[in-house]
Structures are given as C-alpha cells and as structure tokens.
Design a protein around this ligand. Sequence first.
Ligand code: HEM
Length: 528
Amino acid sequence: MTTASSQQPEPGAKRPVLTNRQGHPVHDNQNQRTIGARGPATLENYQFLEKISHFDRERIPERVVHARGTTAFGYFEAYGAVGDQPASVFTRAKLFQEKGKRTDLAIRFSTVAGGRDSSEVARDPRGFAVKFYTEDGNWDLVGNNLGVFFIRDAIKFPDFIHSQKPDPVTFERQDPNRAFDFLSQSPEALHMVTLVFGPRGIPASYRTQQGFGVNTYKWVNAQGETKLIKYHWIPKQGVESYTAEDAANIQATDLGSHTRDLYQAIERGDYPEWELLVQMMDDHEHPELDFDPLDDTKVWPEEVFPLHAVGKMVLNRAPENFFAENEQIAFGTGVLVDGLDFSDDKMLVGRTFSYSDTQRYRVGPNYLQLPVNAAKAKVATNQRDGQMAYGVDLGEGQNPHVNYEPSILGGLREAEYPAHDEQGPEITGRLTRKRIPRTNDYKQAGERYLLSEQWERDDLVANLVDALSQCDRPIQERMVWHFLMAEDELGLRVGDGLGITPADVSHLEPLATQSLTEEELNRLANLG
Ligand code: HEM
C-alpha cells in the first residue's frame, strides 16, 4: 500500500513549485502578510485568506448512513448465459449478453451506523454498493452483505436509523436499549436480528463477505417479458467472520483494518473476486408462497428458486484520492439501465427517492458531473447550471442555444422507445395504508437458527444476551417473546441468559402492528 514515505522522490530531485488555485506561485507559505513583523495583518491578504477559507470548507456532510466506507474499482465480466440458456432469454440489459464482455465498475463497502472515522469491525450490516459504468449508462446495485433487512416499508427508515445512532441528548454512544426498543416493537426485524447478532455480523474483511441486492428487482427481455430477480455476490475468497472478542481486540488499536486489508490485497495483485448470481421468479404475487416475494425481510428458498451464475466481478484498483472517489461517489437504487427494472417492493420505492435526494444535499446538485459518478455513456441533457456546474452536457451537433425540448432548431430529441416498453402484470387496487398480508415474521428467523451449526447458535445467543442485558426489562421480555415465537430453543436460551422464563412473558399480547399466522397463533397459545 502506498504511503507518504514510500512515495518519496529521489534525494536531490527537483520538486514542483507550490501555487494557489489562481496559478500564482507561493513564495512564503510560513508567514502571512503583516505590517511589520509583529502584525497587524491586512485584509487584502489574498493568499492567506484563500488558503484558510478553503480549509474551512474542506468537509462535506458525511453520509447520514454508511458514513464509514471504502471504494475500489475493477470490472464485471459477463458469462452471457443464465444456467443453460442465453442471458437474452431473460434480460435485454447489454452488459449480460456476451460471454467475456467486460464493464468497468466501482464498489463501495461500508458499515451502516457509525460515523466517518468509526470502527470497521463494528457489529453491523455491511453496505455492498456496485456502480457499473455500462454502455447504456450507469447501473447501481446497492445492497448489503446479509441478504435481508430490518424493515419492509421505507416510511420506518428514519425511525430505525435514529434508534441505531447515539442518543440525541447526550450523544454518548450507540445504545442497545434504544436499538432494541425499536426492534422489539418491529417484529419484521427478527430475521435480520438473527443474522446481525450471529457470526456474520462482523465480517473478517470486506473481501471475505457475501453481497446481496436484498430488494426485489426485475429483468425485462426484448419481448417485454419480466421476471422478479434477487441478486447474490459470492466471494471467491470464501466467507470469514470475527467473534465479538476478535473485534474488540482489533478495534482497541485499529479502526481501519478492512480498508487496509482491501488495498493491500489489490496492491500485491491478489485481486478480490465475486461471482454474481441471480434467483428468478415469475412476475406475480405467488399466492402459493408463505411470504411475499417483494418483502425484503425474506430470502427466497434456494431449493425452489435456484441460483444462476451470470458473471464475475474483479477489483484491481484502489482510489487515487479518497475524497474524490469515496466521499463523493453516489449510488442509488433508481439508477438502472434498459433491461433492468424496479419491483413494487415498498422499501425499494422509498430508497429510490432517498439516495439522489441526499446526494443533491450532501455533494451538490451537479454530483453526477463528478468523474466518479459520471456515466461513461454519452450524456446529453438540457439540465444547466446550478452550484459547481463543471460542464455543459451538450449532445454531438446540438445547437448550444437550444437547452429545451421539443424544438426544431437543432436541440436534443427523445430516444426511440425500446420495443415492448409496456411490461409487467396489470395492477389495480384502492389507495390505502396497509401492511402486506403475508408478514410471517418468525418462520425464516427460526429456520435460520435451526440450520445453524452449534457454534453459530452459541455465538448468536451469547451476543444477544450481551446486548439485551444492557436493555430495560420490558424490552428484554418482548425480545424473548419474539424469539420464543420464532424457535423454542432460541427463546429459551436467550431467556435463560437474561433470567426470563416463558411463563414471565406469556402474558404479553401480540403487538397492535402484528397479524399472526395460524401457526404463530398456535405457538402463542403454547407459550409458557
Ligand atoms: C446509503 C437511505 C435501505 C444499502 C444510504 C444513504 C441513504 C440511504 C440516504 C446515504 C447515501 C449517500 O449519502 O450517498 C435508505 C433508505 C432505506 C435504505 C431510505 C430504506 C427505505 C437500505 C437497504 C440497503 C441499503 C435495505 C441494503 C440492501 C445502502 C448502502 C449505502 C446506503 C450500501 C451506502 C452507499 C455508499 O456506499 O455510498 N441509504 N437506505 N439501504 N444504503 Fe440505504
């Protein structure tokens, strides 16, 4: 990894001259201009004022979530096929079509809750955001390393994140009591809780973790036929995690171990690789399933919806400048290319608004003109001006006077519609505010526990007991109640660690926000 000392020029080599941003040489960078050696200073002190006022503006707001992160670059190489069929059977997206076709990409790994300089070995989901610079414009796949999420409706996201961040009065620390206060009242979070508090809650490095799109997307083929899609990234490096104890030891002296590991691997030519796989479903509601295919708190069982490899990602370059390429990179779930589409997943639609909204605030309205965000495909828009406008998106041969459309004076024209632009099932319904019918919050959480090996169960229970022991008794009781609803052994063991028996929680009613399945009602009747 390059450092200040490893990049020193040869002794005696001529060094470049310092200038200001106006190109004026700086003759004295130690002393400001003053009247006499002891001052006072003068206000026309351009060189000093420029230097200090730029410094005053060096920071931009950190991301409201995923502030701690690391970017790398590389390429995606398509297999041209999905299983034994050509990719074109399922999607017309150009990057997937030809075997061996390469598309440049950027990836940003991150933690979620901590600030910009926080520990990289925190117990937290990891962000896994990939930007493909395709010939049809950018595609961003903004996911995580665990495959599901805590909530299923975007309207809950600000509350969820507030509960994960430090107390607004004291700002003392991230507080399990606040986090579990929210989670205990949000039963849809239980599946994700079993993942975050299990061994996969602290990956050993960014290189040794999986990635997932998490939300449900669509693929569209040339005939306008659609499939529901879930994305998976599987690391060639294998999956490795840290225990809470490993992480505590590391973060006692080192907050940036994941970034260093990634950049060192790239520098020694040990380029990390992930294979991209998809699961597919026909594009409808699937009433035969006991979960909703658009619910991001659920996984799709792989024995019913098998994984198909569609390509691989190789990372071979670290950033040249952390601020330009990591702080200013901007991903969003609305950034799709022809052949890829949204589903009606209620998280996805909220996310799609939120990302570009925050980026206009965090980076500025022209964030898409920055090199790391700019499409490599030709951009020709009638968007003009705004803070920090860097260039004009003129189309080739466009009359530069015409920054509107329609026009007969040589302005931009609309592109032809892709064939079969109308696609997907027809939907009718009343406007309403309702939770989805098939919530089924406990089943996959319980199954995940039962599928875990003994050491994984032990680790999960120990981590839950440790975090919950810092919570108020009513919060502990509600969490034990949820765990018992998911799986007896899990509930009994966590309860045991906290001194709470099933009888202690059998008086608890289901939450007002919950609708229980028949199976769950039976479990409830037998609690205690
Ligand atoms: C970052 C909103 C759910 C993955 C962000 C940011 C916002 C946001 C505002 C900061 C973006 C920036 O400053 O550039 C939301 C909302 C959600 C949601 C409103 C729910 C409705 C999720 C989910 C995932 C996820 C479910 C995982 C599948 C990420 C990642 C980043 C991020 C990876 C970091 C992107 C980067 O590295 O720059 N999110 N998010 N988010 N979010 Fe979400």
